[in-house]
Design a protein around this ligand. Sequence first.
Ligand SMILES: C[S@@+](CC[C@H](N)C(=O)[O-])C[C@H]1O[C@@H](n2cnc3c(N)ncnc32)[C@H](O)[C@@H]1O
Length: 236
Amino acid sequence: MTQEPPVTLARAMTARGEIALRRRGTGPGAVHELVVAGIFAMDSVDVTTEVALARRVLAGVTRPARVLVGGLGLGHTALAVLEDPRVRRLDVAELEPDLLAWARAGLVPSLAAVTADPRVRLVTGDVAGLLTEGDGVQDRYDAILLDVDNGPSFLVHPHNARLYAADHLRATLARLAPGGVLGIWAAQREPALLDRLRDLAGGAGWPAGSVTEVVIPVARESHRFDYALYLATAAS
Ligand SMILES: C[S@@+](CC[C@H](N)C(=O)[O-])C[C@H]1O[C@@H](n2cnc3c(N)ncnc32)[C@H](O)[C@@H]1O
């Protein structure tokens, strides 16, 4: 990774703290960084798990025509969804309006590529609200991908705790179309979340083995992290 000091591309203060986009280096090797709520959220050095979230979920869906991604970030999960030609529409819900404005302004290539795709609809606001509004069949998604926080045991935004709570997970699972898949990204293994999903989606009416945990080891500098994906598949 480039050791050059970062250049701030844009920054703003929000009710939740500072949000900023930064770049290290230039050209194809440039690394982009995102700060949300005053905390380093991610960079583009290694986005294998963000991409894996999209690929693993879409691999489990026969016809992923309509997809929801919660949390735009640097756009890598959304871009991996858009690589799939079966996807006809991608809704991306993002809490921070400034980030959406910077994406539309093309400040970062990955974000510009997301906003340029005509299948994308950007929604400003909390994905939790979007998931609990409307419950008609027309509002169902073939895939719902959540990467809004580090996981329930390590939250950046305390209010995101509700997304991982049983009531909200039940409502989220109810928004899956038949055969649809919910995928949740976490920066560490989350055994309580796995148990909760198994309680909600492991019983009658759900296919055998409908809930799985995928652990992805990632090495960063001299550290090793076990990132994890939680997948739940609805009956067809
Ligand atoms: C770690 S980033 C997502 C990274 C993304 N998967 C990628 O590939 O670049 C988390 C994003 O979720 C947004 N976010 C946090 N809480 C949210 C919520 N409740 N609803 C919608 N977006 C949220 C943050 O502002 C941030 O843009």
